[in-house]
Design a protein around this ligand. Sequence first.
Ligand code: ZN
Length: 236
Amino acid sequence: MNIVIYNEGIHDKEEWMKNVYPQGIHGALSDILASPENSITVITLDNVGDITPELLARTDVMLWWGHAAHHLVPDSVSNTVTEAVQKGMGFVALHSAHMSKPLRQLLGTSCTLKWRDNDAERVWVTAPSHPIAAGLPEYFELPDEEMYGEYFDIPKPDDVVFMGWFNGGELFRSGVTFTRGLGKIFYFQPGHEAFPTYMNPNIRLIIKNAVKWAAPSKRLERLECPMSPAPGPVLK
Ligand code: ZN
C-alpha cells in the first residue's frame, strides 16, 4: 500500500516534545504502519508543496496530523487532497486535524468542538462489527488525553465507531467515518502531542485497521461530468 503521512511538524521541533515523540508524530505513525507491504512517504509543513495530484494519484491512504499551522497549508493543497479523496483515496484525519483545511472542505461543516486540557479518557467501541474496531476490547482507557467534547459540528457520520467518555463527564464522537465520492474518511480524536497516545497498543491497532479499511476498492482517474451519449431510439 502507498501511504502518505502529513504531519505539520511544528510542535515536534520543540525540546519538550522530544521526550514524548523523539522521532516526531510522523515517526510514531510511520512506525505503526511500517511493513514490507507498505511504502510510506512523510511530508511536513516544510515541504507541504510536495502534496501534488501526481503523488496522491498513486497514494492509497493519506494520514493528516495538524494543529498550529492549518492556515499555512495552501488552499491549493487542500483542493488537491479533497479531489484525491473524491476519486477514491482514503483519508485518516487525526486529533486536531478536525480543523484542518482538507477535512473541513470534505465535510462542509465548521468541525468545531469543546476542549479542555488533559483528562483521562475511556474509549468505547460503539460499532463492534466495523473493520476499524477489529481485535479491540469493549473499551480501553487512556490515562492522559486532551478532552474533546460535544457538540462536535460534523455532518451525520456513516458510522460512529468509537465514543470517548472523559473524567469530567463529557462525551465525544471519537472515531467517525464518512464517504465522499469514492473515498473513505476516518476521523479519530486521541493523539494529543503532549502524551504518548500513539504508543498505546489499542491506538496503534486502530490506526492500522483504519488505513486498511480506507484503502480504495475503486478509483476514478478524473472527476468530470461525462457528456450524455447520443440519445437512443425513442420509446413508443
Ligand atoms: Zn491536542
